[in-house]
Structure formats: C-alpha cells, structure tokens
Write a protein that binds this ligand. Structure first.
Ligand code: HMG
Ligand code: MG
Length: 310
C-alpha cells in the first residue's frame, strides 16, 4: 500500500484516557488500540510510563505494553518523562517509540513534571542517550507553544530555542503542542516558519487541542505551512490534567475528513473509526464524545436507519 500523504498520529489512548475521571480497564484499552490499528491508524500513542501517583489512569502501562497486538505497519509510542520512565518502558517491551515532554513555559512545566524547564532538559538528556544506544526512536513534545494556562503568552523565541535544544539532544521528531487550544492560524503559520529555520518539517508534528474551536483551522494552517504529521484523538477525547480547562485534542475524524475531502490521503477508514468511537462512547465511557464529524456521521447513520425501517 502506498504511503498516505499525511500521518495521523493517534493520541486518544494516552492523551485521552489520562484525563478520564474513571480508569478504563486494561482489556478495554487493548480493544480500543486494536480497533484503531484495524481502522488504519499507523501511529498510536498507547500509554505513559509516568508516575502512577500523578496519572493513575495509566498505571497499567507495563501490563498493556506486554499484550499490545503486533499489527502490520502499526508503530506504538509511549510517554517517558525521565530515566526511570525509560527503564520501565524498556522492561515492558512491546512499544517501539519513546516520547518525552517538556513545556515552553516554566509554570506549566513545573505543574506537569515538577521541575524547571532546564531541569527537564537534563532529565531528557540521558533518555536521549539511552535511546541512541538502544536504537529506539525518540519523539519529544513541546507543550504550551501557543500560550500557557498560568503565564499567558509564550514567546516564539522561547519555543524555537527549546526546539533547538531538543534537536541538539538528537531527538528525531518534535510535536508542537497547543496544550490549551489558544493558538490561531496566523500564529501557527509563524511558528512553523520559525521552526522550519531549525530543521526539516518532516520532523515536526502539530498537536492541537480544540478548547477555543480553532484546532482544525490550525491544522489546515500547519498543513499549508508544510507540516505533514498531525496528532489527533478519536472523538475529540482528552485534555491535559495539568492545564485547567483544556479540552480534548482535535478529533481524528475531523482531521481525516478535512484531508480526505481535499484529496489528501490519510490511510484511515473513516467508517471503521466512527464504529470505534461509537463503541468507546457506549461500551466503555458511557458519555457522549464531542467530535463534530463523528457526531454528524452517527446522526446520518441513524437517519438512514430510520428511513429503512419507515
Ligand atoms: P516527581 O515526584 O518529581 O519524581 O515526579 P521524583 O523523581 O522526585 O520521584 C518521586 C517518586 O516517583 C519516586 O518514588 C520515584 O521512583 C517515582 P518513591 O521513591 O517515592 O517511591 N517515579 C516514577 N515512578 C514511575 N514512573 C516514573 C517515575 N519517575 C519517578 N517515570 C514525574 C516527576 C515526572 C515522575 C511526575 O511529575 C510525573 O509523572 N508527571 C507526569 C505528568 C503527566 O503525565 N502529564 C500528562 C502528560 S503531558 C501532556 O498531556 C501534554 C502533551 O499531550 C502535549 C500537549 O498537549 O501539550 C504531551
Ligand atoms: Mg496533549
């Protein structure tokens, strides 16, 4: 099968489920991930090797990693905040890509990982060294690139300087996170242009949250600026536990539909994805998920069923 034109990087099992009030059982996480893989998602962030005291929802990371299905072309990743997390990730096996994270603003970084930005760089450094020795691909998130829930505006220079530091550590892919969804398309265009001066855009992903309803516009702006990797979450599931008021990531269905309608291939089967989100909503979470294309597709299905039975 030819490679799709864009990479949809599914973060629902991690960014979504880390934020659920109730911990989802491991068996349901496994089924979710399997369904996502079968729907054509090729990169799936499965879980986090963070402190179970901080994120109890993902305390089963090692158990889940040990039973993840080997699906053709599917690459799994997991969050790794520090060397301890990397040891747990390696011991568990089953996940190919490690993903560390750091914020462009001091206060969010402290709330999220309990240290300064410089200290977090020093925690990432040995993880990057180990990844190089072990030939494990390493991604890093940079959070709060468009604004911080505690400090407000975040300067473009601070983001670019942090991206440069991470690149110098040998990190292969950097995902720029609009953690609280305050970014706007012009800001994203400027951000991508500034980062493109540091590295090839093949190594840059956009991770947009939809708090203010602009995530899809920001994705479009990022695409036009040359980005080809987009982090999304099925049904718009998620948020950030250390960013008050942050809503979910841009919905996978919305991004897939946006691209496919423009003739840009994602490799994702939208019908199978809608089935997966409907299953998650009804069988696991028992609450409605907000994704717009998801809700529209469900509505259209119900309408068609009503006409058939009339
Ligand atoms: P800390 O308390 O400062 O850690 O937490 P510490 O080094 O002082 O250790 C304290 C205890 O935690 C020790 O245990 C360590 O062994 C243990 P004790 O001796 O007390 O029994 N510990 C660990 N246990 C398991 N796994 C580990 C680990 N590390 C230490 N990896 C730490 C520091 C980073 C661990 C903590 O702050 C943490 O886990 N934070 C994670 C927060 C998080 O997961 N946030 C959400 C993900 S980020 C996000 O959503 C944003 C993103 O989507 C992008 C965007 O939207 O912007 C990625
Ligand atoms: Mg996020």
């Amino acid at each position: 099968m030819a490679a799709p034109d864009v990479t949809i990087y599914e973060v629902g099992p991690r960014d979504g489920l880390q934020n659920e009030p109730e911990t989802v059982p491991t068996a349901a996480k496994l089924e979710l991930i399997q369904r996502l893989g079968l729907a054509g998602l090729r990169r799936i962030e499965a879980t986090s090797f963070v402190s179970p005291r901080w994120i109890p929802q993902l305390a089963d990371a090692a158990d889940l990693a040990g039973i993840l299905p080997a699906l053709p072309d599917v690459v799994y990743s997991a969050l790794v905040p520090n060397p301890k997390g990397y040891e747990r990730f390696r011991e568990a096996g089953g996940i190919q890509v490690a993903a560390c994270f750091i914020s462009a603003s001091e206060t969010h970084n402290r709330k999220n990982v309990n240290c300064s930005v410089d200290e977090q760089i020093e925690r990432i450094r040995p993880v990057a060294e180990r990844c190089r020795e072990d030939r494990v691909p390493l991604r890093s998130y940079v959070s709060t690139v468009c604004g911080c829930p505690y400090e407000g505006a975040v300067s473009l220079d601070a983001v670019v300087a942090l991206v440069a530091k991470l690149l110098a550590l040998g990190i292969e892919e950097i995902s720029l996170g609009d953690t609280i969804g305050v970014g706007h398309p012009g800001q994203v265009r400027e951000l991508v242009a500034a980062v493109a001066a540091e590295t090839s855009l093949e190594r840059i992903a956009l991770h947009m949250h939809d708090t203010y309803g602009r995530a899809l516009a920001n994705v479009q702006s990022g695409y036009e600026a040359g980005v080809r990797i987009f982090d999304t979450s099925l049904g718009g599931l998620g948020g950030c536990p250390y960013a008050p008021g942050a809503s979910g990531n841009v919905a996978t269905e919305d991004v897939v539909d946006l691209f496919e309608r423009a003739g840009i291939e994602t490799g994702v089967d939208l019908d199978a994805l809608v089935d997966t989100t409907a299953w998650l909503e009804r069988a696991v979470l028992q609450r409605p998920l907000p994704g717009r294309v998801y809700r529209a597709r469900l509505g259209a299905r119900e309408h068609a069923r009503g006409r058939e039975s009339a």
